[in-house]
Ligand binder design. Structure first.
Ligand SMILES: Cc1cc2nc3c(=O)[nH]c(=O)nc-3n(C[C@H](O)[C@H](O)[C@H](O)COP(=O)(O)OP(=O)(O)OC[C@H]3O[C@@H](n4cnc5c(N)ncnc54)[C@H](O)[C@@H]3O)c2cc1C
Length: 411
């Protein structure tokens, strides 16, 4: 694949139109945190039939799993690529991401964490009953999900420094701990809480387990949105758990004997998060480039358009190279999912490392190209620069991606 198909282009046009009509006029409210993003996202889902499509795909998958189970076979695990989660050509999932990121990358973060990461955690390792109970509502955005691994003392070293615990108590578990920087945390209806099973053993030897929690459970507190640098349309918060009692029905997979002690499921989620970043970066870069070309043609200094200056041309040319590279990474993701191939963690890390850096560089160069106007909120590149920065932090920092790529090369 080296270009968008006609069907892809049609989708681009209608989604772009939706974004211009429904999101662009509300960016100001979203930016100030006055408007949570979920109703607009739901409107997009119903407008493009994404909810109905998710429902149909989900029904087909569950039917297949039930049939396999009846025959005594193990259900095929859901592979963690974008296509299988949404159940369609990955291009049709990635195009809305690109288009939304032109104006509101935070909305993509809120949507991706809910219907991507949270539902994927349940779809990949949960029982059929758990999928029916929680995942479908997340895939349709009827409910909002949060996926919680990060803690005040554990970020990059997510498993090693993890303090949150589950203790057995009869047939139940008692959960304790606190999580921070959790996307959708303040508003989530369904929360995947990742913790360690405390059997009185050394924390580094403890199993990692994931539980599904519902908002409003006794002992669960969801904070207000935290103030932050960018991505304001994606509410981020803290979670506090004090003796939250849960049955085994909330333990993902309903077994403690998860492969690699549950770390595998969380790692698969990181991979999925990383591979989506190229599409986000592409949207940010495309928008910066479009705004910059227009500005370079129309802004005059020293009696000529600034686009006549070679130093400005260099910025535009570099942005175009980054746009082409990110677009090719998106094409590669689509091709791989069509071929039924999943990316390795190192491949996904390489994609994230490159595209996050490219988005930040382009957005900062866009601010520079706009001069003083670039520093003003009115001209949009300022927002894109603030939003882009987090791509180098969440889902694993640049430094962690770098070490994962190098480790795989040296293995
Ligand atoms: C807006 C936002 C949304 C988020 N959403 C979620 C979410 O939904 N769910 C969730 O669980 N988490 C979420 N996170 C958390 C995010 O994944 C972490 O912030 C990230 O993994 C980094 O962890 P940390 O902040 O603790 O930084 P630290 O791990 O403390 O890192 C600090 C610095 O040290 C560097 N460093 C750390 N270890 C190494 C190493 N081995 N080698 C070299 N350098 C190293 C880092 O790269 C960084 O520069 C979110 C974060 C943000 C900002």
């Amino acid at each position: 694949m080296y270009e968008w198909s006609d069907e892809h282009k049609m989708l681009q046009t209608v989604v772009r139109d939706f974004v211009e009509r429904e999101i662009k006029p509300k960016v100001e409210e979203l930016e100030h945190g006055d408007l949570p993003p979920y109703d607009i996202l739901r409107k997009m889902f119903t407008t493009f039939g994404m909810d109905a499509m998710a429902r149909a795909t989900f029904a087909k998958r569950i039917e297949k799993e039930k049939a396999a189970l009846a025959e005594g076979a193990q259900p095929t695990p859901v592979t963690e690529d974008v296509e299988s989660i949404a159940g369609m050509d990955a291009g049709f999932t990635l195009i809305p991401i690109v288009e939304m990121c032109r104006y509101c990358p935070g909305m993509v973060t809120a949507m991706g964490v809910s219907m991507g990461l949270t539902s994927a955690a349940i779809m990949s390792k949960g029982t059929i009953a758990q999928k029916e109970r929680w995942a479908l509502d997340l895939l349709t955005l009827d409910k909002i999900g949060a996926w919680a691994i990060t803690e005040p003392g554990s970020g990059s070293d997510a498993f090693g420094s993890m303090r949150s615990t589950a203790r057995r108590d009869g047939d139940e578990y008692v959960l304790n701990g606190s999580k921070t920087f959790i996307t959708n945390g303040p508003y989530a209806d369904t929360i995947v809480f990742i913790c360690k099973l405390d059997e009185g053993n050394d924390p580094k030897d403890r199993k990692v387990l994931s539980f599904v929690l519902d908002s409003g459970m006794a002992g669960l507190e969801q904070s207000k949105p935290l103030r932050k640098m960018g991505m304001h349309s994606s509410p981020t918060g803290e979670l506090f758990l004090t003796d939250v009692r849960v049955g085994r029905d909330r333990l993902i997979g309903e077994t403690e004997d998860v492969s690699s002690g549950g770390r595998e499921g969380a790692k698969a989620t990181f991979m999925m998060e990383r591979s989506g970043v190229a599409a986000m970066a592409l949207g940010i870069i495309e928008q910066c480039l479009m705004l910059c070309v227009d500005y370079a043609k129309n802004r005059e200094q020293f009696g000529q358009p600034i686009g006549e200056f070679q130093l400005i041309q260099l910025k535009l040319a570099k942005m175009e190279v980054a746009r082409m590279n990110c677009q090719n990474l998106v094409f590669r993701t689509i091709e791989m999912s069509k071929a039924g191939r999943s990316m390795t963690l190192a491949e996904a890390s390489a994609m994230k490392l490159y595209s996050a850096g490219a988005a930040v560089e382009c957005a900062l160069e866009a601010v520079q190209l706009f001069g003083g106007n670039g520093y003003m909120a009115e001209f949009q590149v300022e927002q894109l620069a603030r939003d882009a920065k987090v791509l180098q932090i969440y889902g694993g920092t640049d430094e962690i991606q770098t070490s994962q790529i190098a480790r795989s090369l040296l293995a």
